[in-house]
Design a protein. Structure first.
Length: 190
C-alpha cells in the first residue's frame, strides 16, 4: 500500500494492491476463489472517493468488477467515528451492476485495538449485510484485521482474517473487504 497524507494539506490519497484466497467452511474448506484487486482513494477533509478493479476467479462471463465509491465520515467523541458511503459496481462482460449504501460506526475497544460495526444495504431490494470488524497492532508495521458478517443478501455468515502492512482500519471501515492485504482467509456458511 502507498500512502500520502500530508500534514499541511487536507488532501490525501491511498493506492494499493491486494490479493485474497477464499475457502468455504461448509464444504470441507473447498477453495472458492482467488482475487487480485487494485485501488486508489482520494480524501479531502471527511470526503472520500475511490476506484477499484477486482479480478473474478473462474467466472464464465466476467473477468473484472469495477467499483466507484463516494462517502463522508468524521471523528467524534473519544475515539469514535462514523462514515456513510455509496458504491456503484459493474461487471465487465455481462454489464450487470449493483449499488450499496454503507453506514459504519467506529469505536475503541481498548488502548490499541479499534472496532467497527457496519450495515451495507442494497437500495434495490432493501436486503443488507451486517459486519463487525477489529484492528489490533502486531508490530510497528503490521496489524491484524478481522471481520465477521451476516449476509441477508447471500443468506450466509462470513469472516475474514487479514494480516495487514501499516494501519488499514480506515480503509477496512469504508470498504470492508478492500483492505490493503497480503493474504485474506474467508469463511462462508451456507
Amino acid at each position: 500500500m502507498i500512502e500520502d497524507r500530508p500534514a499541511v494539506s487536507a488532501i490525501g490519497w491511498t493506492a494499493g494492491v491486494s490479493a485474497a484466497t477464499r475457502f468455504n467452511t461448509s464444504d470441507d474448506f473447498d477453495h472458492l476463489d482467488n482475487e487480485v484487486e487494485g485501488f486508489v482513494e482520494l480524501t479531502y477533509g471527511g470526503f472520500h472517493t475511490g476506484l477499484s478493479a477486482t479480478s473474478l476467479y473462474q467466472d464464465p462471463t466476467d473477468d473484472v468488477e469495477i467499483e466507484v465509491d463516494l462517502g463522508y465520515g468524521a471523528d467524534f467523541g473519544q475515539g469514535m467515528s462514523w462514515d456513510l458511503s455509496y458504491s456503484y459496481a459493474w461487471l465487465i462482460g455481462s454489464k450487470d451492476h449493483g449499488e450499496e449504501i454503507t453506514a459504519t460506526l467506529g469505536f475503541p475497544v481498548g488502548r490499541d485495538v479499534t472496532g467497527a460495526f457496519a450495515v451495507i444495504i442494497d437500495p434495490d431490494n432493501g436486503e443488507s449485510d451486517q459486519e463487525v470488524a477489529f484492528e489490533a497492532p502486531l508490530s510497528e508495521r503490521w496489524s491484524a484485521v478481522g471481520l465477521v458478517g451476516n449476509s441477508d443478501r447471500d443468506d450466509n455468515i462470513y469472516a475474514e482474517a487479514v494480516p495487514s502492512m501499516t494501519s488499514a482500519m480506515a480503509s477496512a471501515l469504508k470498504r470492508s473487504t478492500k483492505t490493503p492485504t497480503m493474504v485474506t482467509a474467508f469463511w462462508a456458511s451456507p
